[in-house]
Design a binder for this molecule. Structure first.
Ligand code: PEP
Ligand code: MN
Length: 282
């Protein structure tokens, strides 16, 4: 793999797998395919609140993002917060609410897992998210590699492309080929934005690797007013998917309200994305 300093050829590399990987999420009519021709120019959008806060909150948001065209619903139940005094998530109860929203809307669901000991609780969660803080939690990555569930790995905030890809390699090497990468901003000297969205990561990771690459403009910018611009930039750069935080009452959100867009703002972004797709095709 070009520029990656490993003697062994990596399973995540184009050398070993020239075709784009296509990850199937969910079953039957609600099945979403991510990667290759399925998402070329039309990113699959994962939308929802940072945290599941109540049954009515997650169901209301799920219905709104579905109506706007989201492909999947997100909602954190186990929240690895920077401070132990911040809201830590509703845990098993939060997952139950998220699964209720899945049953009501038919949207596949994505939620962060922080401990392999919780895998049983995630049996009906469609995509297991590994957060930026856990990108190098190799015990967790190996355990997820022993499942056959789609895994979405977020880039650590100081991880190089090599470190990011070799984190994915931990899952692949245990036998699970269903891995997606998500660029969510890295730490730079700039403090105005929460992180700096590294747009280069999208073409670089798709060039040297074959796994789908998504982008998360919400955690990158950290400000709701930046989400649309960053999402459109990532889509134009070839992102296979986008993860967008949406909240029905952002000012009351228990986590990440400042970067959460309202359902109306999300619907507007979805229509701008559809128009961008036409531009790419011309
Ligand atoms: C999240 O998706 O809510 C999250 C905690 O993201 P990250 O791991 O990228 O900080
Ligand atoms: Mn968040």
């Amino acid at each position: 793999m070009e520029d990656l300093r490993y003697r062994e050829k990596l399973l995540c590399s184009r050398e070993l797998h020239p075709e784009d990987s296509i990850i199937e999420v969910g079953e039957g009519i609600g099945c979403v395919r991510i990667g290759g021709r399925y998402t070329a120019g039309v990113p699959a959008v994962i939308a929802g609140p940072c945290s599941v806060e109540s049954e009515s909150q997650i169901i209301e948001i799920a219905e709104a993002v579905k109506a706007a065209g989201a492909a999947m619903l997100r909602g954190g139940a186990y929240k690895p917060r920077t401070s132990p005094y911040d809201f830590q998530g509703l845990e098993a109860e939060g997952l139950r609410m998220l699964l209720k929203a899945k049953a009501e809307t038919g949207l596949p669901v994505v939620s962060e897992i922080v401990d392999a000991g919780n895998l049983d609780l995630f049996a009906d969660v469609d995509v297991l998210q590994v957060g930026a803080r856990n990108m190098q939690n190799y015990a967790l990555l190996k355990a997820l590699g022993r499942t056959d569930k789609p895994v979405l790995i977020k880039r650590g905030n100081a991880a190089t492309y090599q470190e990011f890809l070799t984190a994915a390699e931990y899952v692949l090497s245990e036998g699970n080929p269903n891995v997606m990468l998500c660029e969510r901003g890295i730490r730079t000297f700039e403090t105005y934005t929460r992180n700096t969205l590294d747009i280069s990561a999208i073409p670089v990771l798709k060039g040297i690797g074959h796994l789908p690459v998504l982008a998360d403009p919400s955690h990158a910018g950290g400000r709701r007013e930046l989400v649309s611009s960053l999402a459109l930039a990532a889509a134009a750069a070839g992102a296979d998917g986008l993860m967008i935080e949406v909240h029905n009452k952002p000012e009351e959100a228990l986590s990440d309200g400042r970067q959460s867009v309202t359902p109306a703002e999300f619907a507007k972004l979805m229509s701008r994305l559809r128009r961008l797709k036409m531009d790419i095709e011309e």
